[in-house]
Design a protein around this ligand. Structure first.
Ligand SMILES: [Zn+2]
Length: 532
């Protein structure tokens, strides 16, 4: 049995059976609303994963993202400041022809697309972003439009059969853009005389026009299949909702087999990314997009997310709890395993994590492990230091805590480090839950002292004395540990007591680091006083 550890290799094997000259991996998105990280999975990263493997196998391949900008706007996404009375100026127009929701953009589609095209390069993709309208306008769909109108009866029969629909026999799978009002959402095609389509529009206009060269778009289910032919698509993934029985994937496949007589691309359903427990939708506000991701996390982590999970497994994480930190932990562990600093539980996991890591790195992994401060640690230190203003102190602390080998960093390393710390700072500010926020406890009260182990509490002045002569976080950590052992106190109890007296919390980052970060002088004074 074929035993590829990486899911995209198993898919690539199946696609290669199509024996094509070129393998196009594709996703498709309508720019009527926000592009969020949930869309990025089926429309960009699942195709990218397969494209990347095909390329590594040495076959000709490319990746497309089709922008369905010829589709009409059917509602105003939440968060877009358009008054109810003004909605009519937008709804019904193809995205490409509606005015932009904000100044500085060419049209509606241009605004929403800018949120993808403006940042996608930073994720290390080689993506061909293609406007669907442009393809229609250039006449690439002309033959298929004529063919579909000439075979509208067969299309309707297949569609009704597969989807259980009851379209009338007279149905024409074409959507004309009204010549009078400019909208396409409210037109109905009535007749086709092999040259022109007769249509009527809700605005009251009755017209007759050639459906070619951008005057009309195929109905979306037929458009989907026609697009496979126009762009010669070998692989496509889509949100799993398209894959239900009698859904658009079934209809598309049947149209290809029975009407167009062409091979449908290989398709896999992709699960949604669940953020904060709710399915993300481009039409609701508070959207977390690619740009927002880059504010708090690296593009490599994003890639890792998709390379390490199969498309049909749900990814569920929240930016507002520990699951986001755990995702970072997983990536950091894969990195340590890749560089041989750690072993995985078994060979298969080891191979899988190494491969997922290697693919996640943009370009190629470096020979030695790059500077990489664990996210959970970055979150702690940015609370006490401002790395931009206190860079030397930050570097010194990182050296003391053995997160970097030397204080002599290259320009690139400095940049990388600052970026990592900045992301952690933004996360703390925008998303982190209270338990991640640390600060010096200004007044020690009964609440904290009553939670302390009494023999550990008695040791605090001695700990303070011992630490006064030590400058490194690691050595402080060690000294506290030894002090506990020497006095028959459980180290865990002594550390807990130290945390309670300094932050009022029962746990925290390593005590040596915490003392340095909060300020040694006031911490030692507190430890001296806390026994009374
Ligand atoms: Zn009209």
């Amino acid at each position: 049995m074929d035993e590829h550890v990486f899911w995209a290799e198993r898919i690539a094997d199946k696609i290669l059976k199509q024996k094509r000259k070129e393998y196009v991996c594709e996703g498709m998105w309508t720019p009527s609303g926000y592009f969020h990280i949930g869309n990025a999975r089926p429309e960009i990263f699942t195709p990218y994963s397969v494209f990347r493997i095909l390329k590594e196998k040495g076959v000709k391949a490319k990746q497309n993202l089709i922008i369905d900008d010829f589709d009409p706007i059917d509602k105003i996404p939440a968060g877009i400041p358009i008054k109810k009375d003004d909605e009519d100026k937008f709804i019904g127009f193809p995205c490409k022809f509606a005015p932009p929701p904000f100044k500085g953009f060419k049209n509606w589609a241009d605004y929403f697309l800018s949120q993808v095209s403006g940042v996608i390069d930073q994720f290390g993709l080689e993506l061909n972003i293609i406007s669907s309208y442009d393809l229609y306008k250039k006449g690439k769909f002309n033959d298929l439009i004529e063919f579909s109108l000439n075979h509208s009866k067969e299309i309707t029969i297949v569609w009704n059969k597969v989807a259980g629909a009851d379209k009338p026999e007279s149905f024409l799978p074409i959507v004309v853009t009204c010549e009078q009002c400019g909208k396409s959402l409210f037109t109905t095609a009535i007749a086709w005389d092999r040259k022109k389509v007769k249509y009527k529009c809700k605005c009251g206009f009755n017209g007759e026009i050639s459906p070619l060269n951008g005057n009309a778009k195929l109905h979306w289910r037929v458009h989907w299949a026609a697009n496979w032919i126009v762009n010669n698509v070998a692989f496509e993934s889509g949100g799993k909702d398209h894959f239900s029985k009698g859904g658009s994937v079934d209809v598309g496949g049947a149209l290809m087999a029975e009407v167009f007589k062409k091979e449908a691309p290989y398709q896999v359903p992709t699960e949604f990314v669940q953020l904060k427990g709710a399915k993300m939708s481009g039409s609701v506000g508070n959207v977390f997009g690619l740009k927002e991701w880059l504010e708090v996390a690296s593009p490599e982590l994003f890639r890792f997310l998709f390379f390490s999970y199969k498309p049909n497994s749900a990814i569920d994480f929240s930016l507002a709890d520990n699951s986001f930190i755990l995702l970072n932990d997983r990536f950091e562990r894969a990195e340590r395993i890749y560089y041989g600093e750690e072993k995985a539980e078994n060979e298969r996991v080891e191979k899988k994590l190494k491969e997922a890591y290697a693919l996640s790195v943009i370009a190629k992994p470096s020979k030695t492990k790059p500077v990489h401060i664990p996210y959970s640690f970055a979150v702690q230190i940015v609370q006490f230091l401002n790395p931009k203003k206190q860079f030397a102190e930050t570097v010194k602390l990182l050296k003391q805590t053995r997160h970097i080998a030397s204080e002599n960093l290259s320009r690139e390393e400095k940049k990388l480090l600052l970026k990592q710390l900045e992301r952690a700072r933004v996360w703390l500010e925008k998303y982190a839950p209270p338990e991640f926020k640390l600060s010096f406890l200004e007044i020690l009260s009964e609440k904290e002292t009553s939670a302390m182990d009494s023999s550990a509490r008695k040791l605090l002045p001695a700990v303070a004395k011992k630490l006064s002569g030590i400058d490194s976080a690691d050595k402080m950590q060690q000294a506290i540990f030894e002090e506990a052992k020497a006095n028959d106190v459980k180290p865990k109890q002594l550390f807990k007591t130290i945390y309670l007296s300094l932050t009022g919390k029962e746990s925290g980052p390593r005590a040596g680091l915490l003392i340095l970060a909060l300020g040694k002088e006031r911490c030692l004074k507190r430890l001296k006083d806390a026994a009374n």
